[in-house]
Design a protein around this ligand. Structure first.
Ligand SMILES: NC(=O)c1ccc[n+]([C@@H]2O[C@H](COP(=O)([O-])OP(=O)(O)OC[C@H]3O[C@@H](n4cnc5c(N)ncnc54)[C@H](OP(=O)(O)O)[C@@H]3O)[C@@H](O)[C@H]2O)c1
Length: 271
């Protein structure tokens, strides 16, 4: 079991992260699970150990903390393990507009969704280069393709940044011949706890059924893409169509549609 490859998955206590853990474990990988809610991580770890006879490590950590990444990597090192696959998945949406949200909340958001994933990639890469194997999935979003939203201003920005970052890391690793693949996974609406966590469940539930995907096929697409060495993947036919549309629709029209639609999701009552 200690000879299995290890996948480190952030945000593994719910949604896509828990599904990544289930799918990697089903493939015989050991998994290191991190998020803040340790009870959930421990319950998932027990489930996966029993079902797949793999080894697990659980680490409770808030990625908004400056020491978050180092603490996770130190705990792995103390357990004598190194990262073969990294899934940067932890994330949430910050409700409200940029104008009326505190800098403390915005700074924590940038750290969890952008700085911490990049820091993790930077710090696991040397080991991957040394062992000539690495698989990195950065969970971005279809929002990274769309024009800027009126409200929740940084979400699309950090996700767009993660897409470009993933492409560049992938290109750099390929150029150097390291056998390291890096993929940005860009889901659209996916049934997880995301919309409960950011208070947009009611608005999200008004979206038609056909626009939603389950976590299973989204994660499957991410793992398949990183295995093949595909730098960006948009899961599902509907999301692929929407991603293509963002490139074809004239920019002023795209911005107008986004402004009208985003109001439903990101603005507080009365805004
Ligand atoms: N669901 C969608 O429609 C959708 C669409 C596009 C992209 N995404 C992206 O998919 C990723 C996963 O989201 P999800 O849909 O699976 O949402 P979710 O079910 O709400 O899960 C979010 C995970 O992130 C963790 N997390 C949140 N804040 C954290 C912090 N400060 N430190 C450490 N972990 C933290 C949560 O764990 P704890 O609360 O236990 O810390 C939880 O495990 C996110 O990056 C999101 O932006 C989601």
């Amino acid at each position: 079991m200690a000879n299995n490859r290890l996948a480190l998955i952030t945000g593994a206590s719910a949604g896509l992260g828990a599904e990544f853990a289930r799918q990697y474990a089903a493939k015989g990988w050991d998994v290191a699970l991190t998020a803040r809610r340790l009870d959930r991580l421990d319950a998932l770890a027990r489930e996966l150990e029993e079902k797949h006879k793999i080894a697990t490590i659980t680490i409770s950590q808030d990625l908004a903390l400056v020491k978050g990444v180092d603490t996770i990597l130190r705990e792995l090192k103390e357990a004598g393990r190194y990262v073969d696959a990294l899934v940067n998945n932890a994330g949430y949406g910050l409700p409200g507009t940029f104008f009326d949200t505190s800098w403390k909340d915005q700074a924590a958001f940038i750290r969890v969704l952008y700085t911490a994933p990049i820091e993790l990639v930077h710090k696991v890469l040397p080991g991957m280069v040394e062992r000539k194997f690495g698989r990195i999935i950065n969970v971005a979003s279809l929002a990274g393709y769309a024009p800027g939203a009126s409200g929740h201003t940084l979400y699309g920005s950090v996700k767009a940044g993660l897409i470009k970052f993933s492409e560049s890391v992938h290109a750099e690793a390929q150029a150097a011949g390291h056998n390291i693949h890096c993929t940005a996974l860009c889901p659209g609406f996916t049934r997880t706890e995301f919309h409960d966590a950011n208070g947009t469940r009611e608005a999200a539930d008004q979206s038609p059924d056909w626009i939603w995907m389950k976590a299973g096929p989204v994660v499957e697409a991410g793992i398949e893409a990183v295995t093949k060495g595909q730098p960006v993947v948009v899961p599902g036919a509907v999301n692929k169509g929407l991603a293509t549309l963002t490139k074809l629709v004239p920019e002023p029209l795209g911005r107008a549609v986004m402004k009208q639609q985003s109001k439903r999701f990101w603005m507080k009552d009365g805004d």
